[in-house]
Each structure stands twice: as structure tokens, then as C-alpha cells.
Design a protein around this ligand. Structure first.
Ligand SMILES: NC(=O)c1ccc[n+]([C@@H]2O[C@H](COP(=O)([O-])OP(=O)(O)OC[C@H]3O[C@@H](n4cnc5c(N)ncnc54)[C@H](OP(=O)(O)O)[C@@H]3O)[C@@H](O)[C@H]2O)c1
Length: 259
């Protein structure tokens, strides 16, 4: 699984998503994160075909949306996603949110699809520790990934440690706080390392062991966000960024979802 991928939430279906995916593939990205909800799976599939990059060298993630959860519903939702992507398999399929009363049946369907060879890796998203414990109490295949909101203002230390202990890879969504990059420490580090604030934050995600999926629709930012492999943050700078944590979410709290 590539450690850095492109997120495409809120990239419009059509040219915007296609151009972003093409720019990313050209810049060397080999991971794309979409979802049934994002309504742009068709464009992801089209861009991948147009790029000429081999299907098996790209890692495509998609997710089952909340109103598609349940066993039979998930099997059907997955088939619709594959059809829109115009692919024979997905690399990673996630339960998008822990819909109470549904997520276990949803995950059981995903396990079956995995066993049929239609998905290369399976997991969940927005699961807190208690959701994971509950699921792991009955699932056959432990989730391989948990994709959650994580960034310098919400470092998810406890959840991260739990996932690490259980061998579940943590993947960070909203890694750039949706572009809220004006934190003084990040600015200072940008000067120190001669990098941009976004690059400092993405590098922090990678150095703490997260897999991350920053979103941009702009070619220049897509390239900027991937230009993070030529420097390393000193351990004390990683710790300093950890210290920015305020347990502050910009997205929904998985324990209180109403969608
Ligand atoms: N599992 C879930 O529930 C869930 C929830 C939310 C998101 N996600 C996934 O995670 C991905 C990333 O999260 P996100 O899209 O919410 O937020 P994000 O990646 O933290 O931030 C994206 C925003 O930051 C801007 N940006 C990107 N690079 C920048 C740079 N170098 N400098 C300044 N601004 C920059 C983008 O604007 P431009 O596009 O204009 O450049 C966009 O508005 C999503 O696209 C999606 O794939 C998953």
C-alpha cells in the first residue's frame, strides 16, 4: 500500500477529478482514495485508463456509504462501485462510518468479497477503539486499515497506539486540516527545512507511521504534496508537532453521526 495517496473528496466528477488523478499519477502517486459518496469513481477509473499506468501498479481505495450498509446492500454497493470504476477488483474497501446496528453485517459482506478475490485489502474508517473491539469480537478477518481524521490538531494518539498494537494500519484523512496551514510552529519548521507548511505536515504523517491521502485538485499542489521524500524532520520536531494536539476535529465525531 503506498504511504502517500491522493484523496478526491469534493473533486467534481468529470474533468476536475480526471485531471487531479492524471496529475497525481504523473507526479508519482500510486494511491487514490475515493468513495461511493464522492460521486467521482467513474472519473478515477477513466483517468487511470487514460494515464497508461498499469492497473496493478495503482492502489485504489473506495468505501461503502452509510445508506448502503447491511450484508446484501454492501455486496450490491461494491458491485456498483466496481462498475463505476470500471475495474475487476478494488485494492482496499472500507466501511465508511460505523453505522450502529449495521457495520458488522457490512463488514461480513466485505470479508466475503475479499475471500472471493474481489478486494485486495479490507478495513474500516472512522472507527474508534470501542468500534474496533466490538467488530474484532466477531469478525473473521481483522481490519487491515482504519482511516480516520488525523492531523497536528487531532493526533489520535490512543487510537493510533491501539491500531499499532493490533496490526491495523492507520490512515489519516484531512491530513492538511483542509488547508488550515497557518500554525506558527509549522511556519517556523517550513523555514528551517526550506519546505512548505503542507510538506512539513505530510512529512510528519509519514514519519509517525501513518499512511496519508492529502487532497488537491491543483496540479501544482498535487506535486508539492508529494515532494516530501528528500528531507527528514528531526525527532524533536516530530515531537513538537505532536504537541500541537488539541483533540480538535474538523469533521464529524464517529460517536455522534447523523448522516
Ligand atoms: N473516510 C472519511 O470519512 C473521510 C473523510 C474526509 C476525507 N477523506 C479522504 O481524505 C482526503 C483528504 O482529506 P480532505 O480532502 O478532507 O482534506 P485535506 O487533504 O486535509 O485538505 C484538502 C484541502 O486543502 C487544500 N490543499 C491541498 N494541498 C494544499 C497545499 N499544498 N497548500 C495549501 N492548501 C492545500 C485543498 O485545496 P485545493 O484542492 O484547491 O488545492 C483542499 O481544499 C479526502 O479527499 C478523502 O479522500 C476521508
Amino acid at each position: 500500500m503506498p504511504r502517500l495517496g491522493l484523496g478526491v473528496w469534493r473533486a467534481k466528477d468529470g474533468e476536475e477529478t480526471e485531471n487531479a488523478v492524471l496529475a497525481a499519477l504523473e507526479a508519482g502517486y500510486r494511491g487514490i482514495d475515493t468513495a461511493s459518496l464522492y460521486d467521482n469513481e467513474r472519473s478515477v477509473g477513466r483517468a487511470l485508463k487514460a494515464s497508461g499506468v498499469a492497473r496493478d501498479s495503482v492502489f485504489v481505495t473506495t468505501k461503502v456509504w452509510n445508506n448502503e450498509q447491511g450484508y446484501a446492500e454492501t455486496i450490491a454497493a461494491f458491485r456498483r462501485s466496481l462498475e463505476r470504476l470500471d475495474m475487476d477488483y478494488a485494492d482496499l474497501y472500507l466501511v465508511h462510518w460505523p453505522v450502529v446496528g449495521k457495520y458488522k453485517d457490512t463488514y461480513r459482506a466485505i470479508e466475503d468479497l475479499y475471500e472471493q478475490g474481489l478486494i485486495r485489502a479490507i478495513g474500516v474508517s472512522n472507527f474508534n477503539i470501542h468500534h474496533l473491539e466490538d467488530l474484532m469480537g466477531s469478525c473473521r478477518i481483522k481490519p487491515m486499515v482504519n482511516q480516520v481524521e488525523m492531523h497536528p490538531l487531532h493526533t489520535q494518539k490512543k487510537l493510533f497506539a491501539f491500531c499499532r498494537k493490533e496490526g491495523i494500519q492507520l490512515q489519516s484523512w484531512r491530513p492538511l486540516m483542509q488547508g488550515r496551514l497557518e500554525l506558527p510552529l509549522i511556519g517556523e519548521l517550513a523555514v528551517k527545512y526550506g519546505k512548505t507548511p503542507a510538506q512539513i505536515i505530510i512529512r510528519w504523517h509519514l514519519q509517525i507511521g501513518a499512511i496519508t491521502i492529502p487532497k488537491s485538485s491543483k496540479g501544482q499542489r498535487i506535486r508539492e504534496n508529494a515532494d516530501v521524500f528528500d528531507f527528514e524532520l528531526a525527532p524533536e520536531d516530530v515531537v513538537a508537532i505532536d504537541g500541537l494536539n488539541e483533540n480538535r476535529r474538523f469533521g464529524a465525531d464517529p460517536d455522534h453521526i447523523d448522516f
